[in-house]
Each structure stands twice: as C-alpha cells, then as structure tokens.
Design a protein around this ligand. Structure first.
Ligand SMILES: [Zn+2]
Length: 303
C-alpha cells in the first residue's frame, strides 16, 4: 500500500516537473498601463510588477528601496521612455546592478520605440520649452493604436527571451487585439460625440487621446508642459474658453482642481477629472476598461 502510494507520488512529481522547471519571465514595468498590457501578452508565462500606481503623477515617482530589489531580479524592465521616468529611473537601475535590464541589455525595453512620437522638439532643446517632455510627448498609451503597438512589442521581446513560449505570446497578443477592437466598435457613438468639440486640457498628456478621438484642444492650463498656470496665463485661458465655447477642462486627479474650478466659475465650463492610467480610479483595472471609461466620460461631458 505504502509502496503503491510512493509510486503514485513519484508519477505525480514527474508529471508536474517539466512545467515547474520552466522559469517564468520576471517583468517589471514603470506604469500600470504597461503592466496590464504585459500581463495580457505574457499571461501565466510571466510574473509582473509595476513601480508607479495609476493615481500617481508618473513624472514624479519616489524611488523606494523595495523597487531596487524588484529590479535586481527582473528579466525585463519595460518603461514609457521619452524621459517620462527620467527623475527616478536612473537611481533605481543603478541601485539594481542588473546588467540584463540596463541600456544595451536584452531586457531593457523602451516602449516608446514602438510608437510615432508627437511634439518632438526640433533643433535645440532647452528648459524654456517646459520642465518636461524635452524628447517629445510621452503620454502615448492614451491612443488605443499605441496600446496595440505596445502589445506587439511585448510579444516580440518575450518571444526573443523565451522562444519556447512564443506561440502562447502570439495567441495572447491576438486575443488582446481582438478584445480591444471589439471594445472600440462599442465606443463609436462616443467618438462621434467627441469629434471636433473644443476642450481645455491641463497637461499635454491628452494630446494622443485627442489625436485618436478628434477632440479639439483649444488651450492648455499649463503654459508649458510641467509649468503650473500663472494668473496671466489663466486670464488667457478664460478668454479662449469664452471665445471657443470649450465644453470641459480635462485633467488628471493629481493636478490642482481648485485652479480649474476658478476657470469654471468664470466661464461655466465643466471640470472633468479623468484617470490617465489603469488604477487611476477605483474599478478601472485594465487598459481596455481605461480607454472605454475615459471615452464615455468625455463624451458625456461634451455632448
Ligand atoms: Zn507629461
């Protein structure tokens, strides 16, 4: 009896051994959006973690020591690039001392290499152009087409690093695109409501979103990217809102709502707080939901 049990046990161990021996790719991403898309493509073949939270300002993440430990063991470090993480990424990568994920390493994955960059400055770049975005606008994940490009980038890099699971990555990626395409069909009425409507955006983070849905950004609350609005700039914004009949001020939860309320009080414009990332508001737990939610909220505000 005992012998029979031992044999069964052995058979069980042999059956699970090949699976257990396969190491999953350890993926760390800078943002929740990259995290979600990595999970969509990687499925159970990867483990994933993210550094920033969806409700945090991605330009300013605190480089906590626990992040260094995560990066020390990572196979892939995926980040938005275009200097979005410039304030904290070098510190973490230096601390991690992991050649796999340093520039030139096989696991160093700059997602901006997959997309068409907006607002890339021509000629000499200096801080007079703003405090951030000196390499171009990094908020590209807010265009679903770029969501697809990021997914394809993950598929190709995961397949290079883990060729045994290439077929799984390919089918996961196709399934993600199919779900995104289906969701996109569902928000066509929202797109029709948004197209051409004048709006004000706080930061240039909504440029790719506008490029996709056709909303017409007539002014930014920030005079330059990363520079808070001055009284004279606010005066200009108020004049522009009055002239254009702009419908909403679109802004992230981490900017100063009181300032937007001031403009609203003078003009009657709506203040629309939209999450720029997965997890930015409760219940928005994946990329497709994020796109769906932001599109629906905006459409309702400008209809
Ligand atoms: Zn920005």
């Amino acid at each position: 009896m005992i012998r029979r049990f031992a044999l069964l046990l052995l058979a069980g161990v042999l059956a699970i051994a090949p699976h257990a021996a396969e190491a999953q790719l350890k993926v760390v991403t800078s943002t929740t959006d990259l995290y979600d898309i990595a999970k969509e493509v990687g499925g159970d073949r990867i483990t994933a973690a993210h550094i920033g939270e969806g409700y945090q300002d991605p330009h300013f993440i605190e480089a906590k020591p626990s992040f260094v430990l995560q990066l020390r063991n990572a196979d892939v470090w995926a980040f938005v690039g275009l200097d979005l993480e410039i304030g904290w990424m070098p510190l973490l990568l230096d601390g991690a001392r992991n050649p796999k994920i340093r520039q030139g390493g096989a696991g160093y994955l700059d997602a901006s290499t997959a997309i068409r960059v907006l607002d890339r400055p021509n000629g000499n770049v200096d801080r007079s152009m703003g405090d951030v975005h000196t390499q171009g606008n990094p908020h590209y994940w807010l265009d679903p087409e770029n969501g697809r490009r990021i997914a394809r980038l993950f598929q190709s890099r995961f397949s290079q690093l883990d060729p045994a699971n290439a077929a799984t990555y390919a089918s996961n990626e196709r399934a993600f695109e199919a779900r995104l395409n289906a969701a996109e069909k569902g928000w066509q009425a929202d797109l029709a409501a948004i197209r051409g409507k004048p709006v004000v955006a706080w930061h240039t983070s909504w440029r790719y979103f506008a490029e996709y849905n056709g909303m017409n950004i007539v002014a930014f609350m920030e005079p330059k990217p990363g520079v808070p609005p001055s009284p004279s700039h606010l005066y200009e914004v108020i004049q522009t809102v009055k002239r254009t009949g702009a419908k909403a001020i679109v802004m992230e939860p981490f900017y100063d709502r009181k300032v937007a309320d001031l403009v609203a009080k003078q003009t009657g414009i709506k203040v629309l707080i939209l999450p720029p990332s997965v997890g930015g508001v409760r219940g928005i737990t994946d990329y497709i939901q994020l796109m769906q939610y932001d599109m629906a909220q905006l459409a309702a505000a400008v209809r």
